[in-house]
Design a protein around this ligand. Sequence first.
Ligand code: SAM
Length: 274
Amino acid sequence: MLSKIIEYFQGSSIPTNPEIKIDQELLSKVIAENRSIQSQISNWIDREAFKKSCFNYGVPDFIEVVLNKELNNEPTYTDIMKALAYKHFGDLNYLEIGVSVGKNFHQMMNIEMPASITGFDIEEINPILTTILTQKDKSTWNTPAKSIKKSDSSLTSFLYKSTPVDYLCADVWDQNSWQKLENRKFNLIFSDALHTPEAILFEFEMIVKYGLLDDKFIIVWDDLVGKMKNAFFKIIKKYDKTFGIQDVYLLNINGWVGQHEQPHSVGIISNFKL
Ligand SMILES: C[S@@+](CC[C@H](N)C(=O)[O-])C[C@H]1O[C@@H](n2cnc3c(N)ncnc32)[C@H](O)[C@@H]1O
């Protein structure tokens, strides 16, 4: 069972919902599918890539020791996102901001529906992912001097089976890099990069500025604790009328390493009823 919504947010007419309605049969099917996909890759850590990385792909030591462990059948945020995609979309246009080594991304790449999958991360794409992708095009540009990223930024197109997969390797603070996505329409966005209120507010401004939302959309944020939760409510308060936000959820749910760490505080909004 998904945990209950934990609080109401101030200053908007939309209450947070008590629970997300996902058919148990669908959720169980997705969980089985995802656990099987996860078993295809036994080691997510490429030591050479980690050595060259900005900050170890955002994998702290306490996560690294459990990163490759098997997950049980408790739902994770990936299971919820995929179940929502199956339930509501005929085609998935997915953007993940903060891909890391690609654990969640890989499960999304393997969704069984027509999809296009885009990742955005300051780290170069994990070589463990590129071994299963076919590279098409790559363009590069200068990274702003003030960024912690010291190499060029890039956008690389791949194919995974017949699914287009794009990887934007750039700093989320770099507006010029966001522009490379201009007018792509995403119906599911997962924000899981820099977990600061300023960063998620800036990201949302970029999503709006470059017209990245499809007519019907779901947005998911990970790690909404403390001031991050306030930033989530601030986004809703500022944009609920513009985008006609219909549903708001705040769930405690397992993350990328499942039962091997505490549940995450995950926020979800949509402009239609979930
Ligand atoms: C928690 S991990 C993402 C986990 C992944 N979404 C999953 O579920 O498998 C956070 C990622 O955000 C990236 N990140 C942190 N700061 C960033 C920045 N300024 N620009 C782009 N990516 C950033 C890190 O490189 C790291 O890979």
